[in-house]
Write a protein that binds this ligand. Structure first.
Ligand SMILES: C[S@@+](CC[C@H](N)C(=O)[O-])C[C@H]1O[C@@H](n2cnc3c(N)ncnc32)[C@H](O)[C@@H]1O
Length: 335
């Protein structure tokens, strides 16, 4: 019988610890993943913001628990590194997903500054594992229907670490580009004007009746959902534990459900329960207004780049480059 590998090549005892960046999901145990629960069970030390510690208090018996305040993110990361250097397994907990406005970024920044590199087999290597959780945009969307079924993005209105012009530029760009948007950190006791400014920027590009869902404390005891519109959004009851979901120009609210169409009506008509492919469209193929069809349209339109740029709200130099390329390709086909 062969000897086990580790008997032939004994492994040095590991002295390095582990940092597990655990996303707790929205806060109810039903939505805590099995891996997150196992990571907490595996950990000797739990580090987190007091409120997050409270969410999993019943899972922490016998563990060292280090509670930090909201503003002590870097301290939480530094403390985790120190414990891991002592060989401890640390669960650094975040609500939602640790990589979405959570502890994963600051922790890697602290680790890189300290000269950490991913494990390479040395006994004092510190392992890091990011354990995903459902972020507020997933959980809040689930509670209101299906608002994120088309292109969407998240923007945090917190200007504690991000300059307001950066936030405003992003709000303006996504409002113009017709994304569904999840606003994180929309308002706090001190930050009350940001949501008003976000509304102002959105109203420059979007209809006042654009649907908005305000989800407070999703999957927690004080859960509250309110449907409103862009023009009334800032009047809603919004706080620290609220996510604001702003629909795109196709989003509807019906029977208490916010739904963003996936785009099927561009390809199919449904009449009397029968589905028919629209003229000019084919199942499984790009739309007639997809890239190739659209290139054909602009090439044969007889319009110049300036006019096409205005019609399609696209940069003129982009359209001009496409017209040049397509003209070249067209010339090639004549050779
Ligand atoms: C610092 S960010 C943390 C985000 C978290 N890592 C995530 O992935 O959901 C805090 C913001 O997340 C949103 N949020 C977190 N939990 C929420 C919940 N249960 N209900 C609604 N919004 C929530 C709120 O916008 C809140 O201001």
């Amino acid at each position: 019988m062969n000897a086990p590998l580790n008997a032939v090549h004994p492994q040095p005892a590991r002295t390095g610890g582990k940092i597990m960046l655990v996303g707790l999901g929205p806060g109810s145990h039903d939505h805590l993943t099995a891996r997150a629960r196992a990571a907490i069970a595996e950990a000797d030390t739990i580090i987190g913001y007091v409120t997050y510690i409270r969410l999993v208090a019943d899972l922490l018996e016998g563990k060292e628990v280090i509670k930090k305040s909201m503003t002590e993110e870097l301290d939480r990361a530094i403390e985790s590194l120190e414990r891991a250097r002592q060989g401890k397994k640390v669960a650094l907990i975040s609500s939602g997903d640790a990589g979405v406005y959570g502890m994963a970024g600051p922790t890697f920044e602290v680790l890189f500054q300290a000269g950490w590199t991913p494990p390479s087999g040395k006994p004092d290597d510190i392992e890091v594992e990011v354990i995903p959780g459902a972020s507020a945009l997933n959980t809040c969307a689930a509670l209101v229907g299906a608002p994120l079924t088309h292109d969407f993005c998240a923007i945090s209105l917190s200007d504690l670490l991000t300059p307001w012009p950066t936030i405003a530029r992003r709000l303006d760009a996504v409002a113009y580009a017709d994304f569904v948007v999840a606003l994180y950190n929309p308002k706090s006791g001190r930050r009350t004007r940001q949501i008003v400014e976000a509304q102002r920027l959105f109203l420059r590009h979007r209809r006042p009746d654009t649907p908005v869902a305000i989800v407070k404390s999703a999957y927690r005891p004080r859960q509250r959902i309110e449907f409103t519109t862009l023009e009334r959004m800032a009047e809603a009851d919004i706080g620290m534990l609220t996510t604001v979901l702003i629909g795109n120009s196709n989003t509807i609210v019906r029977d208490g459900l916010m739904v963003t169409p996936r785009g099927y009506s561009n390809k199919y008509e449904v009449a009397d329960g029968e589905r028919a492919t629209r003229d000019g469209e084919q199942a499984g193929r790009s739309l007639s207004t997809g890239l190739n069809g659209w290139l054909q349209t602009i090439r044969t339109s007889g319009l110049d780049a300036t006019q096409l740029a205005a019609d399609y709200r696209l940069p003129e130099d982009y359209i001009a480059a496409l017209l040049d390329e397509t003209a070249d390709e067209y010339a090639d086909t004549l050779d």
